[in-house]
Design a protein around this ligand. Structure first.
Ligand SMILES: Nc1ncnc2c1ncn2[C@@H]1O[C@H](COP(=O)(O)OP(=O)(O)OP(=O)(O)O)[C@@H](O)[C@H]1O
Length: 678
């Protein structure tokens, strides 16, 4: 009995130490059961050995239990009686989370059952009270949780606790000693032992779940390590891939460089080369024509000489004709009138054919001149590439593999590059600050570039070159990354073909206006201010794209109809700027009409092969001679023939008065700029 009691105490201790509500309820119940047993003792024969220790609680059948019951128990506590309608959900093996949840659910369920039992016991007690009203209250040994009672109850327990585990014990309930009148007590003890079994089962479940959780932790650690290894491997592979890719790109670029230099050598032989001339101590560079141009010039020279000979011959024929008429000299040397006329006709015919030949040679020479121009630009590009500090295929910003130089601007070099992260070609514009510049000038340049970047990066339109990125390379250099346009720029196109067929010129100007319309339909309108052929690029399928927002202006929302103040007078390319930008008498106001003028000049140039104002003048002369300030009327050459619609559009764009000139959104309505069927 004392062994059972110790085991019972263990259980109680274990259960009370367990935070599980079912455990503490069980302890409570046991304590109460013991109390109630004592309270109900009078109904049992006092001599019975179990009378003091066996609880005399009669349980109602589950279905018969009332939903709630109030107890008039003298300790004043009330107990809720609830039907135990919850079933413990079965946990699928291996799902420890669910198992833990189930354990909690089951534990709660157990707690509920215990509640029910508790309530039953009190209900039973109350029933008994009702039944035994007038019979007087039971003795004083009713107090719950009295140590003796607890020991008694737990002595019938079928479980013991060993190291937090509940082990089933053989039921030592001395059935033989239980009186037949105590069946209900036996039933409740049976139920308690079942609950203990359940708790033991849940404990087992918990232990299993804990083990599973540990396993899962280990598994997750292993997987995390595997993931890290994979990531490292992936990183290594990426680096290798990048290396292979950049090596391939470099190999191709090197081959292109070699080819370009070889081509230059061949072309130089045909078209010419830069030679060095020394005059005293001064060494200067001069152009020396190549063999093809020399031959052509020689042909032209010989044609000229032949022409002169024929002209002389004609003169002498005319002389002879007049002298023959006058003095009737000797008949042998004299020529008949008819002979002279015939000779003259022969000379004329020869002169005509020489002229034709000459024209052909001159056309050829023009072509050579264009080729020579292209050759000189290519030579300059190669020379710039050779002199560039970025010519050895660096990878910038860990992703942009620099390839070949595309060209050099005032303060920048533009390289074709490959983005090793996005796998696409880009153009890297390397802005170099002159080391001789003052810190103030450098800062101003950087401010300017950041401003340009901030404007440009927000622009997303098919006819505007995208700006992808900006980063610093060193104290004096930074890089902007642009959409790569593999075609030539419009300036190079017009140098190769100064006059474009109207159809081609129209599709280009339409695209430029579409870009401008986009700039003027945004919340924050933008004036490009530097529209010129060099700032119109073409992609591989020939889509025209406006670039270079270095001089662009953001039009603030509060500017009036007259436009915004021009604070950077003097900047820009003068052939393409409207008269208001040259007004030195006051600070000019500008608007999108500046871009309308520039577009008109470009369209004129595409159609007629020359700019409408100051074509042959330098920038400096345009300023000095007020060329644009005097550009009141645009004149059209008779050739090539161009449609009236095109001329009308140009006239509208080149309207001298800014107030009368249409703005971008108005001129964009011109039917000539739309391909929509009407
Ligand atoms: N996004 C691009 N894609 C392809 N080529 C480009 C791109 N941007 C510029 N280029 C080419 O690089 C060369 C230099 O361009 P850059 O804009 O630096 O010169 P620029 O406009 O002549 O000079 P500046 O900007 O000083 O007026 C030009 O030949 C241009 O065609």
């Amino acid at each position: 009995m004392s062994g059972s009691s110790a085991a019972g105490e263990d259980i109680v201790q274990h259960l009370s130490s367990n935070s599980n509500p079912s455990s503490s309820k069980l302890a409570k119940l046991e304590a109460r059961m013991a109390g109630k047993a004592a309270a109900s003792a009078p109904s049992s024969p006092p001599h019975h050995p179990m009378a003091a220790c066996a609880p005399a609680v009669a349980f109602m059948d589950q279905e018969e239990l009332p939903e709630t019951s109030s107890s008039d128990d003298d300790n004043g506590e009330e107990f809720l009686i609830q039907k135990n309608t919850l079933k413990r959900p079965r946990s699928p093996d291996g799902d420890h989370i669910l198992a833990l949840g189930n354990f909690e659910g089951s534990a709660n369920e157990a707690a509920k059952v215990l509640d029910v039992m508790d309530s039953r016991s009190s209900s039973d007690n109350s029933n008994r009270k009702k039944q035994g009203r007038g019979r007087g209250r039971a003795g004083t040994g009713r107090g719950r949780g009295s140590k003796t009672d607890q020991t008694r109850v737990t002595s019938t327990s079928s479980t013991v606790v060993t190291n937090g585990q509940l082990d089933k014990l053989t039921n030592k309930e001395p059935r033989s000693s239980v009186q037949p009148g105590h069946d209900d007590r036996a039933a409740s003890q049976e139920e308690i032992s079942q609950l203990r079994g359940k708790v033991a089962f849940l404990e087992e479940d918990l232990a299993k779940s804990r083990q599973e959780a540990t396993n899962y932790h280990q598994l997750s650690d292993r997987l995390a390590k595997e993931l890290k290894d994979l990531k490292d491997h992936d990183q290594q592979m990426r680096s290798k891939q990048m290396k292979v890719l950049s090596d391939l790109l470099i190999a191709v670029s090197k081959a292109e460089r070699q080819e370009a230099r070889m081509r230059i050598r061949q072309e130089s032989f045909r078209l010419g080369n830069v030679g060095v001339m020394r005059a005293g101590t001064i060494i200067s560079e001069t152009w020396e024509d190549g063999q093809a141009i020399k031959d052509l010039n020689a042909h032209l020279k010989s044609l000229l000489e032949t022409k002169e000979t024929i002209e002389r011959h004609r003169k002498s024929l005319k002389k002879r004709q007049s002298s023959d008429k006058g003095d009737g000299s000797d008949a042998e040397t004299s020529m008949s009138e008819e002979d002279i006329l015939l000779q003259d006709e022969i000379c004329k015919s020869r002169l005509t054919s020489i002229k034709r030949e000459e024209e052909q040679y001159l056309r050829e020479r023009d072509r050579y001149e264009l080729e020579k121009g292209r050759l000189i630009r290519e030579m300059k590009r190669l020379r710039d590439e050779d002199g560039s500090r970025f010519n050895n295929f660096q990878i910038l910003h860990h992703r942009y593999a620099l390839l070949n130089l595309l060209g050099k601007g005032g303060f920048s070099e533009v390289y074709k590059a490959f983005d090793l992260v996005e796998y696409k070609y880009v153009a890297c514009k390397l802005h170099g600050l002159n080391a001789q510049w003052s810190e103030e000038k450098k800062q101003s340049y950087i401010r300017h570039a950041i401003r340009e970047y901030n404007i440009h990066k927000t622009l997303v339109h098919p006819n505007i070159v995208r700006l992808w990125d900006i980063f610093e390379i060193d104290h004096n250099t930074f890089c902007t990354v642009l959409e790569y346009c593999s075609g030539k720029d419009l300036d190079a196109v017009l140098k190769a073909t100064p006059i474009l067929p109207e159809k081609e010129a129209r599709i280009i100007i339409v695209q430029i206006f579409q870009g401008l319309v986009y700039l003027n339909k945004r919340g924050q309108k933008i004036i490009h201010y530097d529209l010129k052929p060099g700032n119109v690029l073409f992609d591989e399928v020939g889509v025209a794209k406006v670039t270079d927002f270095g001089l662009s202006k953001i039009v603030e929302n509060d500017v009036g109809s007259q436009g915004m103040e021009l604070t950077s007078q003097g900047a820009g390319t003068y052939w393409y700027l409207p008269p208001e930008c040259f007004d030195l008498s006051k600070t000019p106001f500008i608007s999108s009409k500046v871009d309308v003028w520039s577009a008109g000049v470009m369209f004129y140039q595409m159609l007629f092969g020359r700019r409408p104002f100051g074509h042959d003048q330098t920038q400096e002369r345009i300023l000095r001679e007020d060329t644009i300030i005097n550009a009141r009327r645009v004149e059209f050459p008779s050739k090539p023939s161009v449609s009236n619609e095109a001329k009308d559009l140009i006239r509208r764009c080149l309207t001298y008065n800014q107030s009368e000139r249409p703005d971008v959104l108005t001129i964009a309505q011109d039917p000539y700029l739309s391909y929509a069927k009407r």
